[in-house]
Structure formats: structure tokens, C-alpha cells
Write a protein that binds this ligand. Structure first.
Ligand code: HEC
Ligand code: HEC
Length: 336
């Protein structure tokens, strides 16, 4: 099934590329003059609008309330200084805009903090996909010595039990359970909250049929994004987040991070990373797994070069960037 989908996507990208004329960079190709309008059937083969919701927010209200409280609470860290929100700001598109993030002692890890917005839609969590979902993922940073630094699961539970307001919040969220204070429940609650972090954008309105949701420059950027082959990896509901690909697929890319290989031990997974979602990408820099790429212009240029073997010019960057801007959320950018 996956293979068929991949072939369908690849073939339609190829057909689309061949159907078009040579795309000289710098030249503004007016769709109406050239007679190849954006073909909605092709676009819909690549992309899907965000669902309205992926969790029943009414039924899970108590769980989500607890999860949000935990997400924002620095007491989940050993020195009461760092919360999930420190590195994944709800009022900042789920990131901290740092190349790598300082933890409870100011020490930094090796990787850039990806956004928590729409992360629940990904095939798995982390740059290398080592956690299967947001519930499992949330349990990691609390005990990570560089991040929140709590010494053990028991220490986290003891600390939470000692905070009055959590007594009622845990009891409400896990009514069926005799003892709601178990470590896995911390992950369940935070994960439930993260499932509410969906950020619809103008591109969703466009995919749902509002052709005027994108202007002419943005539409041209979208066409270039598909034609060049970006959409063979960045596709689906999150415009990414649904596969692992090697960085430097066509032209080798310098990095010491072995990515997915460390999880699977499969040779071809060396330097493979989860293809990032491009939703809110204009707001979530710096870019790449190590945060080494400062600007979106540079990220687009490097992608074309290393993933597609294409040398692109400023007009391509400008147009594709205009399209990527339509993925920035129009509502809910402040989830606090
Ligand atoms: C000190 C900064 C820091 C803190 C605190 C932190 N994170 Fe992260 N988070 C990161 C980094 C860095 C990564 C990427 C690590 C990797 O991929 O190896 C990450 C990855 C993630 C991801 C995966 C997103 C994706 O696209 O794969 C989610 C979800 C997430 N964090 C949620 C949380 C939650 C929930 C908390 C609180 C329990 C938390 N983080 C605390 C820095 C932080
Ligand atoms: C073969 C698959 C593939 C293709 C084709 C591809 N990308 Fe990527 N893209 C990736 C992967 C994998 C990463 C993560 C790389 C890393 O962090 O080392 C990425 C990262 C990015 C980022 C940075 C995201 C972030 O959060 O740091 C941007 C922006 C981006 N791609 C845009 C594009 C554009 C524009 C194109 C077309 C010119 C493109 N990509 C083509 C796989 C691909």
C-alpha cells in the first residue's frame, strides 16, 4: 500500500514536471498565459487539509486540562525551572527559535527542538522516530539529564503527589483508576493535550476549495514546490512528518548525526531523519536536525541541492517561500 502510494506520488510528480515548460528561474511564468493552471487533482494527490480534530475534546476534557497544566509546569523539572513550554512555546509556534535548547543546567543537546504543533499527526516522534507517539514521547524529556533532569519516574510521581492541585486533576482525568498517580499517566495527559495542537492555515482553506485563499505568487510557489520534487517527501496532512529520508539523498550532506540508523541499525538509515512537517515553517527556524541553518532561504536552497540535485536561483526561493508562508497558522498561534 505504501509502495503504491509512493509510486503514484512519484509518477504524478514526474508527469507534472514533464507537462510543464522549462521553468526558467527568474522568469515569472503566468499560469493563464502558459495554459497550465494549477491542477487541483494533482495537488490533492499530494496534500490533505488538517482534520478539524483528532481527539474528542469534550469527552477528554479532564485529561486535556491536566495535560496542559503539566506541559506548562516547570515543577516537572528537577530545579523547577524548565517546562515543556520552555523549549516548545505554545505562544511561539511550539518552538524556542534556538539552534539547540538549553536544559535545566543550561547544557544543550545535539538536536534542534522541533515544534509540538501538529506533531501528533506524525508517523512517530523525534527526528529519528524513536518514540511511537506523543504519549510515549512526553515521558522522555522529564527524565533526560540534559533537559528536565528528574532522577526517576518515582521522583516525578512523588513530586506531583505533593502538589495539592494535582490531586484533583489526576483524580478527574483518570476516574476509573484506583491509583491515577502512575508515570505513564503523565504521558497520556500531556499527549492528549498535544493532540489538540492543530494549526490550520490558508493552505487548508485552499485545499478545501477556496481558490482565492492563495495569491498568484503563492500558487506559483506551490507549483514549483511540486514540480521540483519537494512534495515527493513533504506531503500529506502535515506536509511532511510521514516518512524518513536521508539528508543528502542526491548530493552528500555533511553531518555526524546518524539519525534513524541509531534506532534501526539498518545501513540505509544512516543520516535518515523524519521528514519535517513544513506547517508554520516560516516561524520555526533555525532549521535542520541540528539547527545549523539560520534562514528559510538557505534551507530551501540546501534542500534543492542535496535532496534533488538541483541548482536553483533566487526566484525559486522567493516563490517557494511565499507558498510556505501559506502554511503558517491563521488561528490558534497562541495556544496558551
Ligand atoms: C530543553 C529543551 C526541551 C524540553 C524541556 C522539552 N523538549 Fe521536547 N524536544 C526537544 C528536542 C531537542 C527535541 C528533539 C530531540 C530528538 O529528536 O532527538 C524534542 C522533541 C520533542 C517532540 C517530537 C516532535 C517531532 O516532530 O518529532 C515532542 C512532541 C516534544 N519534544 C514534546 C515535549 C514535551 C511534551 C515536553 C515536556 C514533557 C518536552 N518536549 C520538553 C527539546 C525539549
Ligand atoms: C528526499 C526527500 C526530501 C526532498 C525531495 C525535500 N526534502 Fe526538505 N527535508 C527532508 C528531510 C529529511 C529534512 C530534514 C533534514 C535534516 O534536518 O537534516 C528536510 C528539511 C527541510 C526543511 C527544514 C525543516 C525544519 O524544520 O528544519 C525545509 C524548509 C525543507 N526541507 C524544504 C524543502 C523544499 C523547499 C524542498 C524542495 C526544494 C525539499 N525540502 C525537498 C526531506 C526532503
Amino acid at each position: 500500500m505504501k509502495l503504491i502510494l509512493f509510486l503514484a506520488l512519484t509518477l504524478s510528480a514526474g508527469a507534472y514536471a514533464q507537462g510543464g515548460h522549462h521553468d526558467h528561474d527568474g522568469e515569472h511564468n503566468h499560469a493563464h498565459k502558459r495554459g497550465h493552471k494549477l491542477d487541483m487533482t494533482v495537488i490533492k494527490q499530494f496534500f490533505e487539509p488538517l482534520p478539524v480534530s483528532i481527539i474528542d475534546e469534550e469527552e477528554n476534557a479532564a485529561l486535556i486540562k491536566l495535560g496542559k497544566k503539566l506541559y506548562l509546569d516547570p515543577r516537572l523539572s528537577v530545579n523547577d525551572q524548565i517546562s515543556c513550554n520552555s523549549c516548545h512555546g505554545l505562544d511561539n509556534f511550539g518552538v524556542d527559535n534556538e539552534p539547540t535548547s538549553p536544559g535545566h543546567e543550561g547544557k544543550r543537546g545535539d538536536r534542534n527542538s522541533p515544534t509540538t504543533m501538529n506533531a501528533a499527526l506524525h508517523i512517530a516522534q523525534f527526528w529519528d522516530g524513536r518514540a511511537k507517539d506523543v504519549e510515549e514521547q512526553a515521558l522522555g524529556p522529564i527524565l533526560n539529564p540534559v533537559e528536565m533532569g528528574m532522577p526517576s519516574e518515582a521522583a516525578v510521581i512523588d513530586k506531583l503527589k505533593g502538589i495539592d492541585e494535582y490531586q484533583a486533576l489526576f483524580a478527574d482525568a483518570f476516574q476509573e483508576e484506583d491509583d491515577p498517580f502512575v508515570y505513564a499517566n503523565v504521558g497520556k495527559a500531556i499527549g492528549a493535550f498535544e493532540r489538540t495542537l492543530l494549526t490550520p492555515s490558508r493552505f487548508d482553506a485552499f485545499l478545501k476549495g477556496d481558490e482565492d485563499a492563495l495569491n498568484i505568487d503563492e500558487k506559483r510557489g506551490l507549483k514549483k514546490f511540486i514540480r521540483a520534487g519537494c512534495a515527493t517527501c513533504h506531503n500529506g496532512v502535515a506536509i511532511g512528518g510521514n516518512s524518513y529520508k536521508k539528508i543528502g539523498l542526491v548530493e552528500s550532506y555533511e553531518t555526524t548525526d546518524m539519525g534513524r540508523f541509531v534506532v534501526t541499525n539498518i545501513e540505509s538509515d544512516k543520516k535518515a531523519f523524519k521528514v519535517p512537517s513544513l506547517r508554520n515553517i516560516t516561524k520555526t527556524g533555525p532549521y535542520f536536525h541540528d539547527g545549523s541553518v539560520a534562514t528559510l532561504d538557505e534551507a530551501i536552497y540546501l534542500m534543492a541541492k542535496h535532496q534533488l540535485g538541483k541548482k536553483i536561483g533566487p526566484a525559486f526561493v522567493k516563490d517557494v517561500k511565499a507558498f510556505l508562508g501559506t502554511l503558517t497558522s491563521t488561528e490558534n498561534s497562541d495556544k496558551k
